[in-house]
Write a protein that binds this ligand. Structure first.
Ligand SMILES: [Fe+2]
Length: 444
């Protein structure tokens, strides 16, 4: 390989590289049979830099890839850039004159969700961007001016109340603010949560009665931010410590109880729930360390269970498996309630093979079922889509890339028979670059 090729950063090579075109295709070819009960949109967001290379994988312009399923057909595929301010004007400053972040200047590249009949593209440093059902961009949404912070890319919808719980973090005080949208999409509650400093808080969790915040030692690095080098302005700290905050859903800042844990980083939990005796279980993909400045150390995440005991104020930390994993998901109908199963992407063919498959952990009995997409293939996040009424009765959808043909399919697995060949694969008119998160937005 020529030296010039080696210097291209990973996020601009292979299937990390952006695609150049926005396509629309109807009645896509299908291998197998799409379950007729699947009626809705499968959407996934990810970085796809439009105006030249991005300094970091996390910083490229958001592009949503969507497939509409109905009556056993793959009715259409569309991929669209989210029409953000930086997409139209890459030189636009993202910091206001007073030094605070301009929350309307965001790349909207991390997740795409449905709530109260609306679709939002999300990135954690700013306001949501609303999309249409056909992936056009309506624009930035600040909920009638009520939103006072950024909006995490990982809000949690409570299946019992229909509320959307979320938070925003920033590099200036208040570093952390918790919010609730009601089932109609109105912003009804905002609580500032005191934390010692500005950390990168990517995700959180809810239980039926509590909200959990993960205040972990990847902290804002002002030197990096001002250096002009680009890149992520957050680095590992040996001093900051690590803690999980538990707040009653109806509580205030004074009601947050903090539990110390061993330093680590967690981008994503599967879910959290309360046990009958009042403990709180939080299942996560945990990194022993992340992003130490000037270090080339590269850790992978593995499955962990934290059990918080309010009687003792301590946390039991258990490593459940050694396999490298990411993008943990559960059956969202159990969000905040006890889950038995957890889905995740995994390096099933060995660490050198990338995320070649999906795992379904059984947290009650232990162990995991594996789906291997095979050599030369790699899957993105697997999203559980309900079929029957019980947990795990449904499907796992993901975009799967094939290196040999440089193409992608939408794969539909039977969650209860995860190891078996896909029920259906929808051939897409172009590859879908590796990206971040997505969701199923079912027809009402
Ligand atoms: Fe994420």
């Amino acid at each position: 390989m020529a030296a010039a090729e080696v210097e291209v950063p990973f996020h601009l090579r292979g299937n990390y590289a952006p695609v150049a075109e926005e396509l629309t295709a109807f009645d896509l070819p299908v291998t197998g049979a799409i379950p007729r009960e699947l009626s809705g949109l499968y959407l996934r967001n990810g970085p796809n830099p439009k105006n030249g290379p991005s300094a970091h994988w996390f910083l490229g312009d958001g592009m949503v890839h969507g497939v509409r399923l109905e009556n056993g057909r793959a009715a259409w595929y569309r991929n669209r850039w989210v029409r953000t301010k930086p997409l139209e004007n890459p030189e636009l400053p993202f910091v206001l004159e007073d030094g605070s972040a301009d929350r309307t200047v965001v790349v909207a590249n991390t997740n795409v969700i449905g709530h109260a009949g609306r679709i939002f593209a999300l990135v954690e440093n700013g306001f949501p961007t609303e999309l249409t059902n056909e992936l056009g961009t309506r624009g930035i949404c600040d909920f009638g001016g009520k939103l006072t912070s950024a909006f995490t890319a990982h809000p949690k919808q409570c299946p019992k109340t229909g509320e959307l719980h979320f938070f925003g973090y920033g590099f200036l005080p208040p570093f952390l603010t918790y919010h609730v949208l009601d089932r109609k999409g109105e912003l009804v509650r905002s609580v500032e949560i005191p934390v010692p400093g500005a950390t990168m808080m990517h995700d959180f969790a809810i239980t039926e009665r509590h909200v959990l915040f993960m205040d972990l030692p990847v902290v804002f690095d002002i030197e990096q931010a001002l250096s002009g080098e680009g890149g992520m302005p957050y680095h590992w700290s040996d001093e900051y410590g690590a803690r999980i905050g538990v707040m009653p859903r109806s509580g205030g800042a004074a009601d947050v109880r903090w539990y110390e844990i061993a330093p680590c980083y967690v981008f994503h939990p599967w879910n959290a729930f309360e046990t009958a005796d009042g403990r709180i279980v939080l299942d996560v993909a945990r990194y022993p360390e992340l992003w130490r400045r000037n270090s080339s150390r590269f850790d992978t995440a593995s499955a962990y269970r934290f059990t918080l005991d309010p009687k003792t104020g301590t946390v039991k930390e258990e490593r459940l498996d050694e396999r490298p994993i990411e993008f943990p998901r559960v059956d969202d109908r159990l969000g905040g309630s006890r889950h038995r199963y957890g889905y995740t992407v995994a390096a099933v063919g060995g660490a050198d093979e990338g995320f070649r498959g999906l795992l379904k952990y059984d947290f009650e009995k232990g162990g995991a079922v594996e789906h291997d997409f095979g050599p030369g293939r790699a899957t993105g996040e697997g999203v559980f889509v309900p079929g029957g009424r019980g947990e795990d009765e449904g499907y796992v959808l993901s975009y799967v890339y094939d290196e040999g043909t440089n193409s992608s399919v939408l794969s539909i697995l039977d969650a209860q028979n995860l190891a078996k060949p896909p029920l259906a694969e929808v051939a897409l008119p172009q590859r879908v670059p590796f990206g971040f998160h997505g969701n199923w937005i079912g027809d009402e």
